[in-house]
Design a protein around this ligand. Structure first.
Ligand code: HEM
Length: 346
């Protein structure tokens, strides 16, 4: 990809993010970056498309009509592929754990928390659920599959969109990109290959401002919905009756010029003195309140690892103008036809 040829970085980052979430949520390497035409991978993408397709067609909202339609049947097939894959991973992981337990007992290396793990094996989210199942019999395999699938879906489109937008925005602004390069050089020196550590991530302060500003302009989740359990009176006296669903349009909230002057401008410095005088509800890329994003710390770490790896190795040049990029606010805020850049090796 290096060189004079422009390519869509969103697609590349999406495959990478899917690899990351499969490994961290399920403990499985699926090698999407090498083999993006796998059945599982295609089914994941199609399912997200079907959600939007159905949302925009009210006649498909009743379940029985949807199930009879060709799109509904195709959706069902994709669901089957995804469920079967997760079920298989769960079965295999359980078996692996039994074997590891035997091995660890044999080696008498019982870990403190009661989980026998080969110290070289990393724990995945799925392992935590399987641990929980050992003490909570009400947690069925189906529950575990649903939780794992939720993480798979919430945790890859969102992160890949954010990393892609931030990378693209930096490619449009060499002056901010130079600051990112400087910060990364201060952390890693000329070493472009060593693995990133938690301590490194904590030092990526300027990159964090860029990611936050990227999420302001292009919040991965463009809107959230809440059903009102009681009547709500707004500041201007407008009454919202109980029972209706209210949409909060994060995409527009983040463009309130009273809070973010010159809102369309990408300016990471907005976040260098964070929260100065700003309402905690003015900037909510991860939502707010009790149902906010439980993956936000993980997401921020993933963003930093991913984006820093790109900028440690490359200068990124935009191959199109922001004005020419179509923005789709579907389930996730994503570019309509990709984000095209060129890479120059540093
Ligand atoms: C930049 C990345 C991400 C963004 C911008 C983001 C944003 C959000 C938002 C706005 C919500 C709230 C939806 C609502 O209020 O209705 C949410 C919920 C959620 N997110 Fe994230 N998310 C990101 C990454 C992740 C990751 C990596 C994971 C998991 C590994 C994850 C797991 C979840 C889950 C499970 C929920 C539902 C929480 C609940 O209903 O209690 N998210 N996310």
């Amino acid at each position: 990809m290096e060189g004079n040829k422009a390519f869509d970085i969103h697609q590349v980052i999406t495959h990478c993010a899917l690899d990351i979430i499969c490994e961290t949520a399920m403990g499985r390497k699926v090698f999407v970056q090498q083999k993006s035409d796998s059945e599982y991978c295609k089914a994941i993408y199609k399912l997200s498309e079907f959600v939007v397709y159905r949302q925009l067609r009210p006649w498909f909202h009743p379940g029985w009509i949807w199930r009879l339609s060709s799109a509904g049947r195709e959706n069902q097939k994709c669901l089957k592929i995804v469920h079967e894959f997760t079920d298989l991973v769960i079965r295999e992981r359980k078996q692996e754990r039994i074997e590891m337990l035997k091995e660890s007992k044999h080696n008498e290396s019982k870990e403190e928390d009661g989980v026998y793990m080969n110290s070289k094996k990393k724990l995945a989210f799925l392992d935590l659920l399987l641990d929980a199942q050992q003490t909570d019999a009400t947690l069925t395999d189906k529950n575990i599959r649903e939780e794992t699938d939720t993480f798979m879906f919430e945790g890859h489109d969102t992160t890949s969109a954010a990393a892609s937008w931030t990378t693209f925005l930096l490619s449009l602004h060499p002056e901010y990109q130079a600051k990112v390069h400087q910060e990364l050089d201060d952390i890693f020196g000329s070493d472009r290959t060593r693995e990133v550590t938690l301590a490194d991530l904590a030092k990526m302060k300027y990159l964090e401002c860029c990611i936050k500003e990227g999420l302001r302009l292009f919040p991965s989740v463009p809107f959230i919905g809440r059903k009102l359990t009681q009547e709500q009176v707004l500041d201007d006296g407008v009454v919202l009756p109980q029972g209706i669903t209210v949409l909060c349009l994060i995409y527009f909230l983040h463009r309130d010029f009273k809070v973010f002057p010159n809102p369309e401008q990408f300016d990471p410095a907005r976040f260098t003195h964070e929260k100065e005088g700003r309402s905690p509800f003015a900037y909510v890329p991860f939502s707010a309140g009790p149902r906010n994003c439980i993956g936000q710390k993980f997401a921020m770490m993933e963003e930093k690892v991913l984006i820093s790896t790109i900028f440690r190795n490359f200068r990124v040049h935009a191959a199109e103008r922001l004005e020419d990029v179509g923005v789709l606010c579907e389930l996730v805020t994503r570019p309509e036809a990709g984000l095209h850049v060129k890479l120059e090796k540093r």
